[in-house]
Design a protein around this ligand. Structure first.
Ligand SMILES: [Mg+2]
Length: 267
Protein backbone atom coordinates (compact mmCIF):
# COMPACT_ATOMS: atom_id res chain seq x y z
CA UNK A 1 0.00 0.00 0.00
CA UNK A 2 1.12 3.51 -0.75
CA UNK A 3 0.56 6.57 1.40
CA UNK A 4 -2.14 8.55 -0.43
CA UNK A 5 -0.59 11.98 0.09
CA UNK A 6 2.69 10.81 -1.48
CA UNK A 7 0.82 10.25 -4.75
CA UNK A 8 -1.88 12.92 -4.53
CA UNK A 9 0.12 15.23 -6.82
CA UNK A 10 0.30 12.70 -9.62
CA UNK A 11 -3.38 11.71 -9.22
CA UNK A 12 -4.63 15.28 -9.51
CA UNK A 13 -5.16 15.21 -13.25
CA UNK A 14 -7.24 12.05 -13.00
CA UNK A 15 -9.32 13.30 -10.07
CA UNK A 16 -9.76 16.87 -11.22
CA UNK A 17 -10.88 16.44 -14.80
CA UNK A 18 -13.36 13.55 -14.77
CA UNK A 19 -16.81 12.67 -13.45
CA UNK A 20 -16.00 11.93 -9.85
CA UNK A 21 -17.77 9.17 -7.88
CA UNK A 22 -16.82 9.48 -4.25
CA UNK A 23 -17.78 6.61 -1.93
CA UNK A 24 -17.29 7.17 1.79
CA UNK A 25 -17.77 4.84 4.72
CA UNK A 26 -19.23 6.52 7.83
CA UNK A 27 -17.89 5.15 11.15
CA UNK A 28 -14.14 5.49 11.45
CA UNK A 29 -13.95 7.27 8.10
CA UNK A 30 -16.17 10.36 8.26
CA UNK A 31 -16.30 10.20 12.07
CA UNK A 32 -13.73 9.06 14.65
CA UNK A 33 -14.28 5.59 16.19
CA UNK A 34 -16.21 5.89 19.47
CA UNK A 35 -17.18 3.31 22.10
CA UNK A 36 -20.90 3.26 21.18
CA UNK A 37 -22.33 3.65 17.66
CA UNK A 38 -24.92 6.10 19.02
CA UNK A 39 -22.13 8.55 19.83
CA UNK A 40 -20.69 8.70 16.31
CA UNK A 41 -21.87 12.16 15.29
CA UNK A 42 -20.76 13.90 12.13
CA UNK A 43 -18.81 17.12 12.78
CA UNK A 44 -20.51 20.24 11.39
CA UNK A 45 -17.42 21.05 9.37
CA UNK A 46 -17.46 17.57 7.78
CA UNK A 47 -21.16 17.92 6.91
CA UNK A 48 -20.47 21.27 5.26
CA UNK A 49 -17.58 19.74 3.35
CA UNK A 50 -19.86 16.95 2.04
CA UNK A 51 -22.47 19.56 1.08
CA UNK A 52 -19.92 21.58 -0.86
CA UNK A 53 -18.60 18.48 -2.62
CA UNK A 54 -22.13 17.37 -3.54
CA UNK A 55 -22.79 20.78 -5.13
CA UNK A 56 -19.71 20.59 -7.34
CA UNK A 57 -20.58 19.81 -10.95
CA UNK A 58 -19.83 16.22 -12.02
CA UNK A 59 -19.23 15.11 -8.45
CA UNK A 60 -21.39 12.28 -7.07
CA UNK A 61 -21.09 11.61 -3.34
CA UNK A 62 -22.26 8.37 -1.65
CA UNK A 63 -22.04 7.36 1.98
CA UNK A 64 -21.75 3.57 2.26
CA UNK A 65 -22.29 2.06 5.70
CA UNK A 66 -23.29 -0.98 7.72
CA UNK A 67 -25.79 1.22 9.56
CA UNK A 68 -29.50 1.09 8.84
CA UNK A 69 -30.41 3.48 6.02
CA UNK A 70 -32.64 5.75 8.13
CA UNK A 71 -30.02 6.05 10.87
CA UNK A 72 -27.33 6.89 8.31
CA UNK A 73 -29.46 9.49 6.56
CA UNK A 74 -30.29 11.19 9.87
CA UNK A 75 -26.68 11.28 10.94
CA UNK A 76 -25.28 12.66 7.69
CA UNK A 77 -28.21 14.94 6.84
CA UNK A 78 -27.03 16.10 3.42
CA UNK A 79 -29.50 16.15 0.53
CA UNK A 80 -28.56 15.24 -3.02
CA UNK A 81 -26.12 12.53 -2.05
CA UNK A 82 -26.60 8.76 -2.19
CA UNK A 83 -27.08 6.69 0.94
CA UNK A 84 -26.17 3.02 1.05
CA UNK A 85 -27.20 1.32 4.32
CA UNK A 86 -26.89 -2.17 5.79
CA UNK A 87 -23.82 -2.87 3.61
CA UNK A 88 -25.84 -2.26 0.44
CA UNK A 89 -29.09 -4.07 1.32
CA UNK A 90 -30.76 -0.66 1.48
CA UNK A 91 -30.14 2.22 -0.90
CA UNK A 92 -31.47 5.69 -1.43
CA UNK A 93 -29.76 7.29 -4.41
CA UNK A 94 -31.12 10.24 -6.42
CA UNK A 95 -32.30 9.12 -9.85
CA UNK A 96 -31.66 5.45 -9.13
CA UNK A 97 -34.33 2.81 -8.55
CA UNK A 98 -33.01 0.10 -6.23
CA UNK A 99 -35.62 -2.63 -5.86
CA UNK A 100 -33.70 -4.46 -3.18
CA UNK A 101 -34.27 -8.01 -2.02
CA UNK A 102 -37.19 -9.94 -0.60
CA UNK A 103 -36.11 -10.11 3.01
CA UNK A 104 -39.52 -10.93 4.50
CA UNK A 105 -38.86 -14.69 4.87
CA UNK A 106 -36.11 -14.01 7.37
CA UNK A 107 -37.90 -11.44 9.54
CA UNK A 108 -39.15 -14.14 11.90
CA UNK A 109 -35.67 -15.61 12.28
CA UNK A 110 -34.17 -12.18 12.97
CA UNK A 111 -36.89 -11.54 15.58
CA UNK A 112 -36.20 -14.87 17.28
CA UNK A 113 -32.42 -14.30 17.29
CA UNK A 114 -32.88 -10.77 18.61
CA UNK A 115 -34.85 -12.03 21.63
CA UNK A 116 -32.39 -14.82 22.40
CA UNK A 117 -29.36 -12.55 22.08
CA UNK A 118 -30.88 -9.85 24.27
CA UNK A 119 -31.59 -12.43 27.01
CA UNK A 120 -27.98 -13.64 26.91
CA UNK A 121 -26.53 -10.12 26.82
CA UNK A 122 -27.83 -9.50 30.34
CA UNK A 123 -24.78 -11.54 31.41
CA UNK A 124 -22.33 -9.52 29.30
CA UNK A 125 -22.13 -6.02 30.72
CA UNK A 126 -20.86 -3.59 28.09
CA UNK A 127 -21.88 -5.67 25.08
CA UNK A 128 -25.05 -4.70 23.23
CA UNK A 129 -27.22 -5.46 20.25
CA UNK A 130 -27.79 -2.93 17.48
CA UNK A 131 -31.07 -3.67 15.72
CA UNK A 132 -30.75 -2.52 12.12
CA UNK A 133 -34.02 -3.95 10.86
CA UNK A 134 -32.91 -6.47 8.26
CA UNK A 135 -29.62 -7.14 10.05
CA UNK A 136 -28.41 -7.39 13.66
CA UNK A 137 -25.04 -6.30 15.04
CA UNK A 138 -23.62 -7.52 18.32
CA UNK A 139 -21.00 -5.12 19.63
CA UNK A 140 -18.45 -6.38 22.15
CA UNK A 141 -15.78 -3.66 22.15
CA UNK A 142 -15.97 -3.22 25.91
CA UNK A 143 -15.61 -6.92 26.81
CA UNK A 144 -12.35 -8.47 27.94
CA UNK A 145 -10.99 -10.96 25.44
CA UNK A 146 -12.00 -14.05 27.42
CA UNK A 147 -15.58 -12.82 27.82
CA UNK A 148 -15.76 -11.86 24.15
CA UNK A 149 -14.77 -15.42 23.27
CA UNK A 150 -17.59 -16.80 25.46
CA UNK A 151 -20.11 -14.47 23.80
CA UNK A 152 -18.89 -15.41 20.32
CA UNK A 153 -19.20 -19.10 21.16
CA UNK A 154 -22.80 -18.51 22.31
CA UNK A 155 -23.60 -16.65 19.08
CA UNK A 156 -22.10 -19.36 16.92
CA UNK A 157 -24.10 -22.03 18.71
CA UNK A 158 -27.31 -20.01 18.50
CA UNK A 159 -26.96 -19.23 14.80
CA UNK A 160 -25.53 -22.57 13.65
CA UNK A 161 -28.88 -24.22 12.70
CA UNK A 162 -29.87 -21.19 10.60
CA UNK A 163 -26.42 -20.92 9.08
CA UNK A 164 -26.37 -24.57 8.07
CA UNK A 165 -29.77 -24.16 6.38
CA UNK A 166 -28.43 -21.01 4.67
CA UNK A 167 -31.21 -18.93 6.19
CA UNK A 168 -28.78 -16.31 7.46
CA UNK A 169 -25.16 -15.24 6.98
CA UNK A 170 -22.65 -14.01 9.52
CA UNK A 171 -20.16 -11.21 9.10
CA UNK A 172 -17.68 -9.44 11.31
CA UNK A 173 -16.14 -6.02 11.69
CA UNK A 174 -14.16 -4.19 14.36
CA UNK A 175 -15.36 -5.82 17.60
CA UNK A 176 -18.73 -6.57 16.09
CA UNK A 177 -20.49 -9.67 14.79
CA UNK A 178 -23.27 -9.29 12.26
CA UNK A 179 -26.24 -11.45 11.36
CA UNK A 180 -27.38 -10.84 7.80
CA UNK A 181 -29.83 -12.17 5.22
CA UNK A 182 -28.54 -14.98 2.98
CA UNK A 183 -28.02 -12.65 0.06
CA UNK A 184 -24.76 -12.56 -1.86
CA UNK A 185 -24.43 -8.82 -1.58
CA UNK A 186 -21.92 -6.52 0.09
CA UNK A 187 -20.48 -3.02 -0.08
CA UNK A 188 -18.40 -3.98 -3.13
CA UNK A 189 -21.32 -5.31 -5.13
CA UNK A 190 -23.49 -2.36 -4.10
CA UNK A 191 -20.85 0.15 -5.22
CA UNK A 192 -20.38 -1.54 -8.61
CA UNK A 193 -24.15 -1.70 -9.06
CA UNK A 194 -24.46 2.02 -8.29
CA UNK A 195 -21.67 2.91 -10.71
CA UNK A 196 -23.40 0.91 -13.45
CA UNK A 197 -26.66 2.78 -12.90
CA UNK A 198 -24.98 5.98 -13.92
CA UNK A 199 -24.42 5.74 -17.62
CA UNK A 200 -20.83 6.71 -17.59
CA UNK A 201 -17.83 6.32 -19.77
CA UNK A 202 -15.17 4.53 -17.73
CA UNK A 203 -12.41 6.59 -19.29
CA UNK A 204 -13.99 9.84 -18.17
CA UNK A 205 -14.85 8.60 -14.70
CA UNK A 206 -12.85 8.55 -11.51
CA UNK A 207 -14.09 6.51 -8.55
CA UNK A 208 -12.67 6.90 -5.08
CA UNK A 209 -13.60 4.66 -2.14
CA UNK A 210 -12.48 5.44 1.41
CA UNK A 211 -13.12 3.09 4.34
CA UNK A 212 -11.54 1.69 7.48
CA UNK A 213 -13.09 -1.71 8.22
CA UNK A 214 -13.19 -5.31 7.05
CA UNK A 215 -16.53 -4.76 5.26
CA UNK A 216 -14.84 -2.07 3.15
CA UNK A 217 -12.43 -4.70 1.85
CA UNK A 218 -15.22 -5.98 -0.44
CA UNK A 219 -15.37 -2.54 -2.04
CA UNK A 220 -11.57 -2.24 -2.25
CA UNK A 221 -11.47 -5.58 -4.04
CA UNK A 222 -14.34 -4.82 -6.42
CA UNK A 223 -12.79 -1.48 -7.45
CA UNK A 224 -9.34 -2.94 -8.06
CA UNK A 225 -8.07 -1.52 -11.33
CA UNK A 226 -11.24 0.56 -11.64
CA UNK A 227 -10.82 3.22 -8.99
CA UNK A 228 -8.72 4.75 -6.26
CA UNK A 229 -9.14 2.81 -3.01
CA UNK A 230 -8.00 4.23 0.31
CA UNK A 231 -7.82 2.44 3.66
CA UNK A 232 -8.04 4.57 6.81
CA UNK A 233 -5.73 3.62 9.66
CA UNK A 234 -2.28 2.99 8.34
CA UNK A 235 -0.76 0.12 6.49
CA UNK A 236 -1.91 -3.43 7.01
CA UNK A 237 -3.42 -6.37 5.27
CA UNK A 238 -5.80 -4.72 2.82
CA UNK A 239 -6.92 -4.87 -0.80
CA UNK A 240 -6.78 -1.06 -0.95
CA UNK A 241 -4.16 0.60 -3.12
CA UNK A 242 -3.58 3.52 -0.75
CA UNK A 243 -3.82 4.33 2.93
CA UNK A 244 -4.11 7.37 5.14
CA UNK A 245 -2.78 7.17 8.67
CA UNK A 246 -5.81 8.30 10.60
CA UNK A 247 -9.40 9.47 10.31
CA UNK A 248 -8.40 13.14 10.54
CA UNK A 249 -6.53 12.76 7.28
CA UNK A 250 -9.79 11.85 5.53
CA UNK A 251 -10.99 15.38 6.22
CA UNK A 252 -7.75 16.80 4.78
CA UNK A 253 -8.21 14.56 1.75
CA UNK A 254 -11.81 15.74 1.21
CA UNK A 255 -10.66 19.37 1.51
CA UNK A 256 -7.98 18.61 -1.07
CA UNK A 257 -10.57 17.08 -3.43
CA UNK A 258 -12.86 20.09 -3.06
CA UNK A 259 -10.01 22.52 -3.80
CA UNK A 260 -9.03 20.45 -6.80
CA UNK A 261 -12.56 20.39 -8.24
CA UNK A 262 -12.92 24.13 -7.64
CA UNK A 263 -9.69 24.77 -9.47
CA UNK A 264 -10.68 22.47 -12.34
CA UNK A 265 -13.95 24.38 -12.68
CA UNK A 266 -12.35 27.78 -13.03
CA UNK A 267 -9.48 26.79 -15.26
MG1 LIG B 1 -16.11 2.11 9.18
Amino acid sequence: MKYFFDDFGSLKKQIGGRDLFLFLDYDGTLTPIVDHPKKAALAKSTRSLLEKLSLEPRVNVSVVSGRALGDLRNRVGVSNISYVGNHGLEMDAPGVNFKGFDLLPMCEIIDYLKKEINKELLFFKGAFLEDKGVTLSVHYRKLKEARAAVLKAFLHELTEPFLSRKQIRMGSGKKVLEIKPPVDWDKGKAVLWLLNQHKHDGKKTCSIYIGDDTTDEDAFASLKGKGITIKVGGQGDSAAEYYVKQQKEVILLLKGLLALRNKARWN
